[in-house]
Write a protein that binds this ligand. Sequence first.
Ligand code: BG6
Ligand code: MG
Length: 218
Amino acid sequence: MIQACLFDLDGVIVDTAKYHFQAWRKLANDLGFDFTPEQNEMLKGVSRIESLKLILDIGGVSKTEQEILELAEKKNEDYLHFVNQMDQKEILPGVESFIQDLRANHIKIVLGSASKNAVKILEKIKLIGLFDAIIDGTKTTRSKPDPQVFLMGAKAVEIPNEFCVVFEDAPKGVQAAQAANMYAVGVGEAQVLSHADQVIEGFDGLDYGFIKSISVKA
Ligand code: BG6
Ligand code: MG
């Protein structure tokens, strides 16, 4: 039986992808090239530095490791400008009541995000108290599709991997969940998340019954 649910943050609990995109596009434009919404799709779930390296490749721009760190810092300042204006209105529909119902049914709730800004965002939207464990980009060393973030999450709440469900909006996150031997629920479009065990459009109307209906192999 499922005993823990692991949630990605960006694109699952809040729609911060649009803010990441605006900050990355500004960085690309400042460097003299454009960065499109389609190219942004590839960056979902990818860490800040790896995202920057992919963007520099797109622009055909080469930078030293020191310059890369400085550019990443600058992008994060621009991104935080948006984050600082966030509030509870930015929580995606249905996810808060879903998590509350899971908690009422003794399911452990874990955050599994690549973001180093996760705690700040959860505080801004006032959901931080709902999590039994938070594994974010300040704790991991390997980016999704590596399963590290989810393996650490399951360990933190002492639940075997096969009794965990992951909610992810990024194909790389779905891959990470499956590499961790967890049940992967894709949140978003079925074509984009075709490798997920199940795809949902969003959390509206979902409750503990959804989790109860998942049968795991173990
Ligand atoms: C992931 C996002 O959750 O976090 C990526 O999908 C982002 O787009 C990554 O690059 C790192 O985020 P941050 O907040 O540490 O720059
Ligand atoms: Mg995401």
